[in-house]
Ligand binder design. Structure first.
Ligand code: SAH
Length: 256
């Protein structure tokens, strides 16, 4: 359904060099770049995909940000999980509408907004109050205030325990995820899925030992490599640069 841009909307402005800027629209507002000033009023009331001109004549395309674009541009404190991993996490964790999910830590909320948008009911445990607040703000900015009916973050240490019971899924992005595994095993029902994101392979080894000790099975660990291609006229080849490493994804099922 086509919706013209309105006040309060997020807009992604993309310049000729494909640089992206995320802006919240306000009547009378101005967006300043090295390439001049874009008046918000030139975007307000108009459909997505339009081209606007800055005061210095540079053209920019205006689109609503996708979830992946928002994640890369939103205010961040902690390191976020990147879109290349967020998509596979939805499949590995088998996220479905109405799934009861415990997520810890929530950081800037990139994974949170991915889960909530896929329909999950998410309880977050985050040790830092400022991150808990920022993640909640980011989720509401991208998904709307009504998303907070399915997203609540508590400021607490997941290593000390999980109060929820009968959870469908547990998602961990923590320095020492193995310290939450025992609690996860008590908080989930058999058949539930646990997925952990860890940058280091040594973390994976320690995590998997604990998963097996606590009655999880069907352990899998993968990494996701994403190689872009440069396609321009006769020049058709893989990009010279790629992100070589982000993190490992480990999934497991709770057995009875
Ligand atoms: N997945 C998040 C990023 C999480 S970064 C995203 O996509 O945006 C890791 C987070 O775990 C940090 O915010 C950190 O404060 C939090 N954390 C670390 N130890 C914790 C603990 N014991 N309990 C709860 N949160 C913790």
């Amino acid at each position: 359904m086509s919706r013209p841009f309105a006040e309060g909307d997020q807009v992604l402005l993309v310049d000729a060099k494909k640089r992206r800027y995320l802006v919240t629209l306000t009547a009378g507002g101005e967006f300043h770049t090295h390439a001049g000033v874009v008046a918000h009023d030139d975007v307000l009331g108009r459909p997505e995909g339009l081209t606007v001109r800055s005061s210095r004549g540079a053209s920019m395309v205006a689109l609503r940000p996708t979830l992946a674009e928002f994640v890369l541009k939103m205010p961040r404190g902690a390191q976020v999980i990147y879109p290349k991993d967020l998509g596979p996490i939805l499949m590995l964790a088998d996220i479905f509408p109405g799934a009861r999910v415990l997520e810890s830590g929530v950081g800037s909320g990139a994974l949170s907004m991915t889960l909530v948008r896929a329909g999950a009911i998410v309880r977050g445990y985050e040790i830092r109050e400022d991150f808990a607040r920022r993640a909640t703000r980011n989720v509401a900015t991208f998904l709307g205030e009504e998303a907070l009916e399915r997203y609540v973050v508590e400021q607490r240490d997941v290593y000390e325990g999980i109060d929820e019971t009968d959870l469908d899924r547990v998602l961990l992005d923590l320095p020492e995820p193995w310290r939450a595994v025992k609690h996860a095993a008590r908080a989930m029902h058999p058949g539930g899925v646990l997925v952990a994101y860890t940058p280091q392979i040594t973390q994976v080894v320690q995590l998997r030992e604990e998963l097996e000790a606590q009655g999880f099975g069907m352990l899998e660990t993968i990494e996701v490599l994403n190689r872009g291609w440069h396609i321009e006229g006769q020049s058709v080849r893989p990009d010279h640069r790629m992100v070589a490493h982000t993190g490992f994804l480990t999934s497991a099922r709770l057995l009875s």
